[in-house]
Design a protein around this ligand. Sequence first.
Ligand SMILES: [Fe+2]
Length: 296
Amino acid sequence: MTETSRYTALTGSGFGAELGNVDLARLDEALANEAVDAFHDAGGLVVIRNQGHIGPAHLRRFVTRFGTPEGNEKYDPAFLVPAFPDILRIGNAKENGKYTALFIQADPPPLLWHMDDSFRHPQPIGSCLFCVRTPPEGGETAFAGMTAAFEDLPDDVKARIESIRTVHSYNHLNELLRKKNPHRPPLNKAQLAQFPPIVRPLVARHPETGRRSLYLPLCHIESVEGLEKAEGEALLSDLQTHATGEDYTYMHRWRPGDLVVWDNRCTLHAPTPFDDTRYERLMYRLTFSGRQISGF
Ligand SMILES: [Fe+2]
């Protein structure tokens, strides 16, 4: 970062950066490059506030600097922003009694730390959330920086884990969610065939920065190769406890006009619930594709 940097670190470890004094309606090359550089320098999390005046086109143009926006074919077209099919509305907004957004209420703590869709390849490399409306309390989003968390591990732990591989599975996640919500259906045959378990490194190398991170969406990981179930679970649980400690985590309390971009290759995130009987929450979400992680 230069002396003229507009960025503020969001955590003690340096994970996460807030960019101040920015107008994304006037995005130019210099600002776009600065934002992407800060995103990578800060371990894959950028926060920009006070953008309530921008429209979907500005949002989309900015996100395109981080990756290629993905389509939303699997969602109800009524949840997409008109004329911007890559922007999905998320929240409990309704019109004439019908949801106009995809609403998934978060569970109460413990936080469900995850990286989006790590069980599919190619994985979406990142996402952006833009806040349109938010409740006065609840509905926050927590983030954890896996690069700083890995780099701070003792050398003997790094050496022990750097060649370990884990099995990620959509079915494992779905069954975990079904324990809390028995009305959630099991995956059907087509879904099981579309998302077979896949092997991932526990320590991932980032394709842009070359830095290594814990690749640890615990709720997606059904087993650790070469370890007994209990031993594998204990290892991952210990690592997650370390990696979601205070130095590496940031809780974003939303205000309208906030925009957050994160990198699924080196950060975890988790939603918190809100009282949807009293409050309305509405966010725009873009998910983007790009270069994938590799092992060490
Ligand atoms: Fe997510």
